[in-house]
Design a protein. Structure first.
Lengths: 458, 340
């Protein structure tokens, strides 16, 4: 992976700690058992705090130990980095190396069943999957087979409307098996090639309800049964996942609510006990906040290394490279004005919610604690700049008392807000001047140009 | 309904399996280092967290030097050590103080908050039913205008509980729905108001700001509202539960917890670090999807919930004692007056 070296050198509480453990062996050149064990105790704590099941953590650490002990320490890295690399690679290996696409059946429609505990995100993920498939040229249909939860059918119908996927629903009886079968018939008739079956949330120890799922499976012979699991789940993830896997034979996993700050160790637990791949990640409530699962990123997240790769990709997607380059050049040549500032704000807005972005950088939350970074701040800043004349934007120096008042009134802000923005801008230019001397920001991956956030150092 | 039986039924899996696993690792032999390490793992497997589990194990280690412990002694000692770690006298100390309903003129307003899918709406339905049964004129404000069919869902609960409902249109500003709801509550002589808020992750500053706005707007109608803020935690949640509780407490304030889905196999041990560190008491637990699957929880029962078990004499004794305490205790705030 291209960004591994940056990733490892840039961050790391974990690395600092591991390096601490290995201080004593610097120069000795080989990882010995005692040092590795001491380091792994620290890793154990990290895994457990990330909610990796304790048994899973144990067997994982054993594997790492076997691999690490006796390894030659390469000159170019520290022993800590070397161990992180082994841990990281092993974790990626366990999580499944690459994305595995969904299987399709010979008969149409291909049936995908969504199952899981209450509130894990099945209905939302059904809609997301529908949208995902539509984007890939498929013609899915949703089946509303949760006849238990109040308004579950309404919920799926709304979701279907939003993603423009038809929903099979009926309100006459309360038999999900019948509904599922009728849905398949309708899908066939209407030429829909995929049927996504939303089922009611249930406990894995509820035998009657688990039977019901088996019956749907028997009738519809789905090519995929996806276990939808809450990414914040704790140690119990192994129990529920295993029960669903054993009793139903799940074929894949969707891990939801990964937009929060849970470290998501359940991913490893679930993967380990079910043996099936994690297919997708839910990263928000909105129906496009859904992505293919990347074991690499998950490994970083569990280890607290931060999701640098995602950040880079996201930045690249949103930013017009040429425009960004021009801005960067301007910044260095000290000609950066409020016009450019505005452009930059707009680029950042395109990158989506800033909190999400910043969360991917370890330590960023702490470092930027005193700076307001929500979208509304950007909007306010934008409004203020838009109330300036072109001349003012190019020469902020001319904005004095009366102009400030006018701008404040025009943008619906207070004069203090305008003052604050101008101060920030000045501070930022100062910072750029300082940085102009340096070649490149240390540790920042190439291509990540909008790193120069329009905020002054705190 | 015998509320204590309900706790026992609902929590039986929790208790049995944790106590069962402790028994398994402790065995009948002396508590040695190996057993101690296993014990720590059992605690971790119940979601008590690395820190709390480690501290408990350390305390047991010290204790094992002083006294020989086997089997039930170990359980008893664990209970005592946990009881010491959780300082009961501090419970609620740092939490947002719920107001006593008898001091509140007009509607008593409860906000129900939490991350996505924890069981807020369902718990509101269950609470509303209790209030209604106790003869309180109750109103639910459907302030989740974001999630698909959230309003329809809570409307069905309002009907089941036989209470009134104020709803806003999908996509409406939740604060304005709350404003209208509280105005209606005042006009209609409502005694209890339950506000169903949308699920939100504690890390999303804009959504937390929205919650704070709801709070500000509510105060415009009823200056001392909300009188109570309940945070709903999913009992299967791991260590993230602590971050959730912290952030919600910082933002809107939390007076007590509702912990749901304890009818599954999760042990809900993440409550321990939360109660310990934040002193937020647990008030209700959810043990199912039906309208009466909500049991009141006395803060001091937390230790029982983790280590209690009816089979063993001493524990049964303490459990019954706790039940008696709970029944006898003159509750200092009258929301409990709704408990049948
Ligand atoms: N933040 C976030 N919220 C999510 C995600 N996926 C689902 N949700 C939310 O989680 C809550 C529960 O989602 P549902 O789709 O209703 O869950 P379910 O599994 O169908 O629930 P039941 O049918 O009651 O078992 C809703 O508030 C969703 O908006 C996600 O990836 N991120
Ligand atoms: N087994 C069990 N299920 C529960 C419990 N409480 C709620 N549920 C279920 O959990 C799912 C989610 O419950 P909701 O009440 O919709 O959760 P919510 O917090 O309002 O969800 P959002 O508004 O989407 O954030 C539903 O399927 C409920 O039936 C409980 O105590 N035990
Ligand atoms: Mg659902
Ligand atoms: Mg809800």
């Amino acid at each position: 992976m291209a960004h591994r070296s940056q990733l490892v050198s840039m961050f790391g509480e974990l690395q600092d700690k591991l390096d601490g453990f290995f201080q004593t062996i610097k120069g000795r050149g080989r990882l010995n058992e005692e040092d590795v064990q001491a380091a792994l105790r620290e890793v154990r704590r990290i895994l457990l705090e990330a909610d990796v099941n304790f048994k899973v953590a144990k067997s994982f650490l054993k594997k790492v130990e076997e691999r690490a002990v006796g390894q030659e320490v390469t000159k170019s890295v520290t022993p800590g980095q070397q161990v992180i690399k082994i841990i990281h690679d092993e974790l990626v290996h366990l999580l499944g190396q690459t994305f595995e696409p969904l299987r399709r059946s010979k008969d149409t429609p291909t049936v995908v069943m969504m199952v899981g505990l209450q509130g894990s995100g099945k209905t939302t993920s059904s809609g997301k999957l529908g949208m995902y498939m539509t984007k890939r040229g498929l013609r899915p249909m949703l089946a509303a087979c949760d006849l238990q939860r109040p308004a579950a059918v309404d919920q799926l119908e709304r979701v279907g409307e939003q993603v423009n996927v038809p929903v099979h629903a009926q309100r006459e009886h309360k038999d999900p098996v019948k509904t599922a079968m009728a849905a398949r018939d309708e899908a066939r008739q209407k030429g829909r090639d995929t049927l996504i079956v939303d089922t009611a949330g249930r406990l894995h120890i509820d035998e009657a309800l688990m039977d019901e799922l088996r019956e749907i499976k028997k009738q519809l012979r789905p090519s995929e049964i996806l276990f939808v699991a809450d990414g914040m789940t704790g140690q119990d993830a192994v129990n529920s996942a295993q029960a669903f896997a054993n009793q139903l034979g799940v074929t894949g996993v969707i891990l939801t609510k990964l937009d929060g700050d849970a470290r998501g160790g359940a991913a490893l637990s679930i993967r380990e006990v079910t043996g099936v791949p994690i297919r997708f990640a839910g990263i928000g409530e909105k129906l496009d906040e859904f992505e293919e699962f990347h074991p690499n990123r998950m490994a970083d997240r569990i280890l607290g290394l931060g999701d640098v790769v995602s950040l880079v990709e996201k930045a690249q997607e949103a930013v017009d490279e040429k425009e960004a380059l021009k801005l960067a050049q301007k910044m260095q040549s000290q000609q950066f004005d409020l016009e450019d500032f505005l452009k930059q704000i707009r680029q950042i807005k395109k990158m989506g919610p800033l909190e999400g972005l910043l969360k991917m950088i370890p330590g960023a939350n702490k470092a930027l604690k005193n700076i307001e970074l929500d979208g509304s701040e950007l909007k306010r800043t934008e409004a203020i700049i838009l109330s300036m004349t072109p001349e003012e934007r190019q020469k902020p120096g001319i904005i004095r008392g009366s102009r400030r008042k006018r701008i404040a009134a025009g943008s619906g802000m207070k004069v203090q807000d305008v003052n604050r923005l101008l101060n920030q801008f000045t501070a930022m230019k100062k910072m750029m001047k300082k940085m102009g001397g340096q070649k490149k920001m240390r540790g920042m991956p190439k291509g990540m140009i909008p790193k120069n956030l329009p905020f002054p150092p705190s | 309904m015998n509320f204590f039986k309900k706790i026992k039924d609902g929590l039986s899996k929790t208790r049995q399996s944790l106590v069962g696993s402790i028994r398994e690792v402790v065995g009948e032999a002396k508590l040695d280092e190996e057993a101690l390490e296993d014990l720590e793992e059992v605690l971790i497997s119940a979601d008590l967290g690395v820190e709390t589990s480690g501290q408990l194990a350390d305390r047991m280690r010290k204790r094992a030097l002083r006294e020989a412990m086997t089997g039930d002694d170990v359980l008893k000692a664990l209970r005592e050590e946990l009881a010491e770690l959780i300082d009961e006298t501090k419970l609620g100390g740092d939490a947002y103080k719920p107001r006593d309903a008898s001091e509140v003129d007009g509607p008593y307003v409860t906000f129900v908050v939490g991350v996505n899918g924890t069981g807020k709406t369902t718990s509101i339905g269950k609470l509303a039913a209790r209030y209604a049964e106790a003869g309180r004129k109750t109103l639910i404000i459907a302030a989740d205008t974001f999630r698909s069919a959230a309003v329809e869902q809570v409307a069905i609960w309002a009907e089941r509980a036989n209470v009134e409902l104020v709803r806003g249109a999908t996509g409406a500003d939740p604060a304005s729905v709350v404003y209208d709801g509280l105005e209606a509550a005042k006009a209609r002589g409502i005694e209890r108001v339950l506000v169903d808020t949308a699920g939100r992750l504690h890390t999303k500053t804009n959504l937390m700001a929205e919650l704070e706005k709801i709070d500000r707007v509510a105060k415009k109608v009823i200056p001392d509202a909300p009188h109570d803020v309940l945070l709903v935690l999913d009992g299967t949640t791991g260590q993230n539960g602590l971050a959730q509780a912290k952030k919600f407490r910082e933002s809107i304030g939390v007076s007590a917890l509702i912990v749901t889905k304890l009818d599954g196999t999760a042990k809900g041990g993440m409550l321990v670090p939360i109660v310990r560190e934040l002193n937020i008491p647990v008030r209700w637990i959810g043990v199912g999807e039906q309208i009466d699957d909500l049991v009141p929880f006395k803060a001091e029962l937390i230790v029982d919930a983790v280590f209690g078990e009816e089979e063993t004499g001493f524990l049964q004794g303490s459990l019954e004692e706790a039940a008696k305490r709970a029944e006898e205790a003159k509750t200092d705030w009258s929301d409990f007056d709704a408990i049948p």
